[in-house]
Ligand binder design. Structure first.
Ligand SMILES: Cc1ncc(COP(=O)(O)O)c(C=O)c1O
Length: 490
């Protein structure tokens, strides 16, 4: 296919050249009505390019096939059979992908180190989750994706499960053995969905971990805004084989998706595909070299330990995304959250993520010598100034088994059923009616229907005292917990 073409961008250019006058949304009318105080900050071109697909980029019948051609080019560029763009982020794409494989009441295997959007999907879709526990790396206090044998064992216990959802790479760059898991799923005759929100760049360089479609997954969801070059909320479904029907996927997407997709998202997805198809190899070559240099420089800094290939071993990660610079800061006597806050306040450096032990900085094709130097200089300054940081009460991290909570109720029943608040001192043994996701990193420690244990309470409450945020809990201070009402369960 001709990857120098960019159908959405070309349609947008044509729309602007024609000067169509629109009597439908968006009401700002390509910027005519924009308040200058908005336009001056975000730029008028944002509004000029904010056009609907129907009777905008394309006609009412979509006879130009603008979106279809852009999606075909995307599929061709990455080697998928089909690709569909979504403008609602992978948070929604993950829900749709799960719904395309398992409907209400059906079982789906899910990696438990899932992003909160997966847990939300379990509640909204009414699917019965069969959790596959991740590999806990006790030394690093880090979860790696589950291995093929873990998936095989759960599929044997639940032969009626409709499929499996794997999350890889994790936010920390740790990758699963996708090929192995795909084989296990296919032996059992079920599809593998991969939540590859962090992996949009993987198809474009051979030295990066293998991406889901090449590894044999059936349905792969990527967030191009995370490691790629499209704007926020840009997400793509990639499909191959016949275990997930494109028709079913489209219809279920239609249940959840917007009817007013953003042309800015479509256009930047289209442009990213062209950029990667034409220059991805060399751009990512540069990013990989830069990441290796940064890792080497960080390794020289006292008190900082960059995570590298040593994490790739049986029982831990199957591979590692080298563009995620993950740095353990415990040697400085501070937490990752403290490091992240200090870097932002003192150096105006905003890291990608942080937890009790570490921070991460994602490098992409967009980094250059300046950003590389800013990052390394800021980390050096952190090592010099960490001793001045105000001490905080420690986070009491649980043993890995402390995070494997018993699932006593279906998440949907627990979430929608009668609930009450109980004080933290009385909550052990009660069934949660809410999702509790420490931010960072946003992976739920407790999901609705799980029995809350003492270790998780201690972890979360000591975390809050230290500075973890719990934005999704009804009481973010965790003085109280929202649990299934007595008489409804425990
Ligand atoms: C593993 C994973 N899946 C899905 C999502 C949701 O993606 P989005 O932000 O595109 O909605 C995230 C977001 O951080 C994520 O980390």
């Amino acid at each position: 296919m001709d990857h120098s073409r960019a159908p959405v961008l070309e349609a947008l250019e044509a729309f602007r050249r024609r000067g169509d006058v629109v009597f439908g949304p968006p009401g700002h009318k390509q910027g005519r009505g924009v308040d200058p105080r908005v336009g001056d900050v975000v730029g008028y071109d944002v509004f000029r390019s904010d056009v609907l697909l129907l009777n905008g980029l394309d006609d009412r019948r979509e006879s130009q096939g603008v979106l279809e051609q852009a999606q075909e080019l995307m599929a061709d560029a990455v080697g998928a059979e089909r690709a569909f763009f979504s403008t609602c982020g992978s948070s929604l794409s993950v829900k749709t992908a799960m719904l395309a494989v398992a409907g209400p009441g059906e079982k789906l295997l899910l990696s438990r180190n899932a992003h909160k959007s997966v847990i939300a999907a379990v509640v909204v879709n009414g699917v019965e989750p069969i959790w596959v526990h991740p590999k806990f790396d006790a030394d690093r206090h880090l979860a790696h994706p589950p291995e093929p044998d873990d998936v095989r064992a759960r599929l044997r216990e639940h032969p009626d499960a409709k499929g499996m959802l794997l999350i890889t790479p994790t936010d920390w760059g740790s990758c699963a053995d996708v090929k192995g898991v795909a084989e296990v799923c296919h032996e059992a005759g079920v599809p593998l969905i991969v939540d590859e929100a962090w992996g949009a760049h993987l198809p474009f360089h051979p030295d990066l971990p293998v991406w889901g479609i090449d590894a044999g997954a059936d349905l792969v969801v990527t967030s191009v805004h995370k490691m790629g070059g499209a704007i926020e909320q840009s997400s793509v479904f990639h499909l191959q084989y016949d275990r997930v029907s494109p028709e079913v996927l489209k219809q279920r997407e239609d249940l959840l998706g917007t009817t007013s997709a953003s042309s800015l998202v479509y256009a930047t997805l289209d442009g990213w595909r062209r950029q990667m198809a034409e220059h991805g190899r060399e751009l990512l070559d540069g990013a990989l070299r830069r990441a290796a240099r940064v890792r080497e420089a960080v390794a020289e800094l006292p008190g900082l330990v960059p995570m590298g290939a040593e994490v790739v071993e049986a029982g831990l990660a199957a591979d590692l995304d080298p563009l995620k610079i993950v740095v353990d800061v415990r040697g400085l006597g501070i937490s990752g959250m403290q490091a992240a806050e200090w870097l932002r306040d003192e150096c105006h450096v905003d890291v990608g993520g942080s937890d009790t032990c570490r921070i991460n900085a994602a490098l992409t094709h967009a980094d250059d010598d300046t950003t590389e130097k800013v990052l390394v200089d800021a980390l050096r300054a952190l090592t010099e100034r960490a001793g001045e940081l105000e001490p905080r009460p420690p986070v009491r991290l649980p043993e890995p088994s402390g995070l494997e909570l018993e699932q006593a109720r279906l998440p949907r029943e627990a979430f929608f059923g009668e609930a009450e608040h109980v004080a933290a001192r009385d909550v052990v043994g009660r069934i949660s009616a809410e999702t509790i996701s420490p931010y960072p990193p946003g992976v739920p420690a407790v999901t609705p229907g799980e029995v809350i244990n003492a270790e998780v309470v201690e972890y979360l409450r000591s975390g809050v005292a230290h500075g973890l945020l719990i934005p999704d809990a009804a009481d973010p201070s965790l003085e109280t917990f929202r649990v299934v009402a007595r008489g409804q369960g425990h």
